[in-house]
Design a protein around this ligand. Structure first.
Ligand code: AHN
Ligand code: ZN
Length: 330
């Protein structure tokens, strides 16, 4: 798939590739008004691949360190007005200390009219859902579970730099989401989302500048993915689900966004809702083969072979349209 940005250039229309890194393209982008910001799935795909190429992003690993630098550098390249790195040490449920970094890229940080977009950037240390018992201590590549949400957010950063939304936007990349306890029932909620649990205690907001709402992206790049309204999002923030699903439908993405409520997931949005920000989770968690997550979830096969640009595009363009439709109150 190739996507094209239409640029108005001195009364003539020039079409350029959205992957354009050429000097000529850059000059044209800077000089001329971009009439419409288009989500580029090829770019998002490349941002996903770059992360996977670092290796697993297990807290404390080399891949984790490289990926942190990558996210910060991309935010800088895409003109984020403020970049915050929040370091912490968290102890996982097995008693291991993990060095974590939550990263935030802020667009128009002075505005009190804000939207918060979130994805986790760490990957699970163990493929404990793999069919092969011998692989369950190996790391998860995290193409869908980790890199996909980040890839979409980075492409949105590129768009926000090209065309500023009316409202301020905070892109939050949380760490330490995926080292939780998957065995047994209940009572393990607090073992997940360790970065987010810390972030909500130190949010960069005044009562006036609290985001209107948040949208969490988790596993948004799977082949043939279907997104249902997640049950807990529907309870906490039904009107945000209404808004996002209606933007999806208006853009022709009904095949991806099904207007039906399905199962609830313990994820970063739980802690953000409890901190007073209505937040939904766009997550693939009703796969026909499993009834829940995709078959490659928490396996060694969560790799680029199972990532589809069309899914990244449906989610990314829907979230972009949602953000660009927000009006500032002033
Ligand atoms: C539970 O399995 C309890 N929550 C899933 C949250 C998650 C893990 N998202 C991605 N990986
Ligand atoms: Zn996971």
């Amino acid at each position: 798939m190739k996507c094209i940005h239409f640029v108005l250039a001195l009364m003539s229309i020039a079409a350029i590739s959205c992957n354009g890194g050429s000097a000529k393209t850059q000059v044209m982008k800077e000089r001329h008004t971009v009439s419409q910001a288009k989500f580029c799935a090829d770019s998002a795909y490349n941002y996903v691949k770059s992360q996977v190429d670092f290796g697993p992003r297990i807290p404390g690993s080399d891949g984790h360190k490289s990926c942190k630098e990558y996210i910060v550098n991309q935010l800088a390249r895409f003109g984020a007005d403020t970049i915050i790195e929040q370091n912490l040490t968290a102890t996982n449920y097995l008693g291991t200390d993990m060095p974590l970094t939550n990263i935030m890229g802020r667009y128009n940080p002075e505005s009190d009219d804000r939207i918060l977009l979130i994805a986790h950037w760490d990957t699970r240390p163990w493929a404990d859902a793999d069919k092969d018992v011998n692989k369950r201590m190996l790391p998860v590549p995290g193409a869908n579970d980790g890199a996909s949400g980040v890839g979409v957010l980075l492409e949105l950063a590129r768009m926000f730099n090209e065309k500023a939304p009316e409202v301020g936007v905070d892109l939050l990349f949380v760490d330490g989401e995926d080292s939780g306890n998957s065995s047994g029932w209940g009572s393990s909620e607090e073992t997940w989302c360790l970065g987010t649990q810390h972030w909500v205690k130190h949010m960069p907001y005044t009562p006036e500048s609290m985001p209107r709402y948040g949208i969490l992206l988790d596993m948004v790049g799977g082949v043939d993915a279907r997104f249902y309204r997640e049950y807990l999002s529907q309870g906490f923030a039904e009107r945000i689900n209404d808004k996002v699903w209606s933007h999806a439908s208006a853009a022709g993405f009904d095949k991806f966004f099904l207007n039906e409520v399905r199962g609830g997931i313990t994820d970063d949005h739980i802690f953000i809702n409890r901190a007073g920000i209505p937040c939904i989770d766009i997550i693939e968690c009703s796969h026909p083969a499993t009834g829940s997550f995709s078959p490659v979830w928490h396996t060694v096969s969560d790799d680029m072979n199972h990532i589809d640009r069309a899914t990244l595009n449906a989610v990314g363009q829907t979230v972009a349209n949602t953000v660009y439709s927000e009006k500032s109150s002033k």
